[in-house]
Design a protein around this ligand. Structure first.
Ligand code: SF4
Ligand code: SF4
Length: 163
């Protein structure tokens, strides 16, 4: 597992252009069939890549925290939503409300998430490669392959299975 993550670090920085080109190639296949294939490959890759050996998303991409997330997390932490927002949230350059620190303030030393059971929707859905949502999120996958080893390996596997 460690080796997969190590080799992703070496390979991903050299493959940015190729990943972008492959995503453009995939445009023609957008839809149900591609999403079914992506779901299959997502499962295969995540059976080999353990997020607890990685946590790169939690250390490098502040997640969007919407109003529903804020209300839910604040309630679970026994805080008022406004107090939670004041302490943990900020508005980024895209005008999205996100966690105000990177690494995320809820990431523990062992790479577990302190608020895992009630984490933001964006964290639950990342890296947007399964649940029949691969095509819808096509433009995210090349940039995400630079942050997420699983996305990198999903695209590498997809290259072998898409004409
Ligand atoms: S809330 Fe949890 S899953 Fe989301 S970025 Fe923070 S540590 Fe990671
Ligand atoms: S970057 Fe990808 S593989 Fe790493 S913890 Fe996040 S989702 Fe898991």
């Amino acid at each position: 597992m460690e080796n997969l993550i190590q080799s992703w670090k070496q390979r991903s920085s050299n493959s940015r252009k190729a990943q972008k080109k492959f995503i453009r190639h995939l445009e023609q296949y957008r839809g149900k069939h591609l999403d079914t294939l992506a779901d299959e490959i997502h499962e295969e890759v995540f059976s080999k890549v353990n997020c607890l050996d990685c946590a790169n998303c939690c250390t490098s991409i502040p997640p969007i925290v919407n109003k529903t997330d804020t209300a839910r997390i604040a309630k679970e932490l026994g805080m008022k939503p406004a107090a939670f927002a004041e302490k943990y949230l900020t508005v980024d350059e895209d005008n999205d409300t996100v966690m105000n620190q990177s690494p995320c303030p809820f990431l523990l030393e062992n790479n577990e998430c302190f608020i895992y059971a009630f984490r933001p929707k964006a964290c639950r859905e990342y890296p947007h490669t399964n649940n029949r949502e691969f095509s819808k999120n096509l433009s995210y996958h090349a940039p995400n392959a630079m942050y997420c080893p699983a996305v990198f390996y999903i695209l590498e596997e997809m290259k072998k299975r898409v004409p």
